[in-house]
Design a protein around this ligand. Structure first.
Ligand code: SF4
Length: 222
């Protein structure tokens, strides 16, 4: 058993070069060759290969080579629409949070304007009380006696599965609810909005600010 890979702590980062085998001792490019080869075999499936190929083409198209250097071109919402077009997808699903209703509506308009058929399902679909999954009164967001509907990402996924969507887009599902949606969705899933209630759904701010006095609590040891 080799040491676990720690790419996040790597000081060499040679995997994006021709010297890819010169990484640290625990570099998975060196120690996990068997798994990497097995993964590469998956791309021999024509559908997987085409999906990966179009995703890489889309990735490259998101940059421009200007005289002053490489620069970015498309916001993610544009990237998703372009990728879906490249894949020949016609019907797109949106799994959204009720709290992002306006954003889901805007996303629908953007995608419909590009000619897609759009199906959207909100997290509270079914209106099932939280008691169904064992939530106690004191574990509710509002008052203990208030009715609160549970988020139902499995129903979101199954309704989109039933609609036969080609690609599903997550718009602001909670942590864990998103995981269940990924698990049950039959169509491939991409994320447009990762919910972050503090940072305006821009969760990377928690990383950028973790060394600042106001957010160093994020680095606490437990
Ligand atoms: S794959 Fe190897 S070289 Fe690349 S970041 Fe991970 S440890 Fe470093």
């Amino acid at each position: 058993m080799t040491e676990n890979p720690q790419c996040a702590k790597c000081t060499k980062v040679v995997c994006d070069s021709e010297a890819s085998l010169k990484g640290p001792e625990n570099c998975p490019t060196k120690t996990k060759q068997d798994i990497i080869q097995k993964a590469l075999n998956e791309y021999d499936d024509p559908q997987v290969r085409e999906f990966a190929r179009q995703a890489s083409i889309q990735e490259a198209e998101c940059y421009m080579n200007l005289p002053e250097g490489l620069t970015t071109r498309y916001p993610r919402v544009e990237e998703i629409a372009q990728f879906a077009k490249k894949m020949g997808y016609k019907k797109l699903g949106i799994a959204s949070c009720l709290g992002l209703k306006d954003e889901a509506e805007m996303l629908t308009e953007i995608l419909e304007n590009r000619g897609f058929e759009v199906v959207s399902v909100c997290c509270k679909v079914g209106g099932t009380p939280k008691e169904k999954i064992g939530i106690a009164p004191e574990q509710k967001i509002r008052e203990p006696d208030d009715f609160e509907a549970m988020c139902n990402p499995i129903a979101q996924a199954e309704i989109l599965n039933d609609a036969g969507t080609d690609l599903n887009i997550v718009a602001g599902l909670c942590v864990g609810h998103d995981s269940l949606f990924f698990k049950y969705s039959k169509a491939p899933v991409t994320v447009l909005v990762a919910k972050d209630r503090v940072f305006g759904h821009n969760p990377v701010m928690g990383l950028y600010l973790a060394h600042s006095p106001y957010y160093r609590k994020l680095l606490r040891k437990e």
